[in-house]
Design a protein around this ligand. Sequence first.
Ligand code: 0WD
Ligand code: CA
Length: 375
Amino acid sequence: RPGQNHHPAGPSTPPSSPPTQSLSVQRQLYERDFPLYKQPVEVGHFSLDSERRFFNDARQLRYYVEPEKSCPNFDLRDGYRGRFVKRDDRVKEKLDHILRWILANRSKLQSKDTAASSSPCALGVDIVTWRGHLTKLLTTPYETREGWLLAVTRMGGTLYISEVETEAARRDRENRTERHEEMMYWGYKFEQYTCADDAQSLPDPGGVVNTNEAFCTVVQTRLAEHRLLFSGEVDCRDKDPKAPSPPANYIEMKTSLEISTPKQRSNFYRFKLLKWWAQSFLPGVPRIVAGFRDHDGVVVSVETYHISKISQLIKNETNCWKPTVCMNFCCEFLSFVKSVVTEDNPRVVHLFSWDPHRDVTYSIHSDSQYSFLPD
Ligand code: 0WD
Ligand code: CA
C-alpha cells in the first residue's frame, strides 16, 4: 500500500494491518499522555581504555570533585596543543562494544520473564542500541537542521539499531574549522578539571586529555511495550560512598557559552536544554553540571541542573519543547520499526531515513555496505 502513512497510536488501525511506508514527525500528533517509561536499571558497565580497548569493568569511571569557587576560571584551551590525544572519528565502531558487553554478560540478560513473555526471543529484549541514537529520536520532532540514518537488523527476535553517518554529517566532519576542532576539546578539558580517578584524589589538570577513554553504563528499561537495552557514556559519579546506586549517582558534565542576553537564554532553554534533558533522562542520570564559558574558553560559572526539574524550568518559555512529544515520538518510531522489520536475518538491513520537514521513510538492503552485525 504505497503512500500509506503510519498513524501514531491510531485506535482504528487493526493489529494485523501490513506495514506502512512512512512515519510523520509532526509534533501535534504526539501531544498526549506521557508514555510508560520504567525506571532505568543498570545491568552492567564497561570501559574503553586510552587505545580504545574494551574491558568488562569500571576502570574508567571517574569521581566528581566540586570546584572550589563558583567562578573557577578554568582555562579550557590549556593543553589543546601538546596534551591532547584525539579519538579517530573516521573509525565507525557501530554496536561492537555493546555486542562485546552482551557476549560477556549473557547470563545477566536471560530475564526470568522471557519464558512467559508474549514474544520470546534469545536476549529477552526488543531493542539494542546506543543511548545517543535514542537521544536523536527523542529530539527529532524539534530538529530543523540535521537529519539521520538508522540501520536496523532483526536477529533472534531482537532489533539492533545502529547509526549510519549521513553525507551531510561526513562533510561537516571533514570540513571542521580549526576553531571548531579546538572547541570540541573544551568539553573534555572541563571534565579533566572536575573529575578525579578515585574518590580520594583530586583532578589533574596537568595530565593528558585522551578522548579514546570512556566509561559506559548498560541499562535496561521499558518504553510502553518496548523492552530496551542500551549503553551510554557516563562522565563521572558522585564521590560520596553513601551516594545512591547507579545510575542515580552518575553526573553528566557539559559546557556552554555564558548567557548574557534574553535571546541567548531563550535559545539555551529551547534548543540546548532539550538535548541535555533527552540524553540524561534516557539512562536515568539525575544531574548535569554545566560550566558556562566565555568566547576565549574560560569557565566563568558552574551550575547544576536536576533532570527532574528541567520540564518545570522551561514551562514559561514560548514555543518550547515538551518531554511527552519526545517520548511518544520515540515510542511510535520503535513500533513503526517493529512493524516494518519482520524478517529475522543478520544480513538484512532496513535503513530508516529522516530529513528535517520530511516523514521518516526506509529502504531495504541485503548483504550491503550497511550490514553491521559481525559474524
Ligand atoms: O561510531 C559511531 N558512529 C558511534 C559510536 C556513534 C555513537 C556512539 N558511539 C559510541 C562510542 O563507543 C562512545 O564511547 O558512543 C559512545 C558514547 O555513546 P552515547 O553515550 O550513546 O553517545 P552520546 O550520548 O551521543 O554522547 C555521550 C558522550 C559525548 O558527551 P557530550 O557531553 O558531548 O554529549 O560520548 C562522547 C561525547 O563525549 N561521544 C562519543 N565518543 C565516541 N564516539 C561519540 C562517538 N561517536 N559521540 C559522542
Ligand atoms: Ca558530557
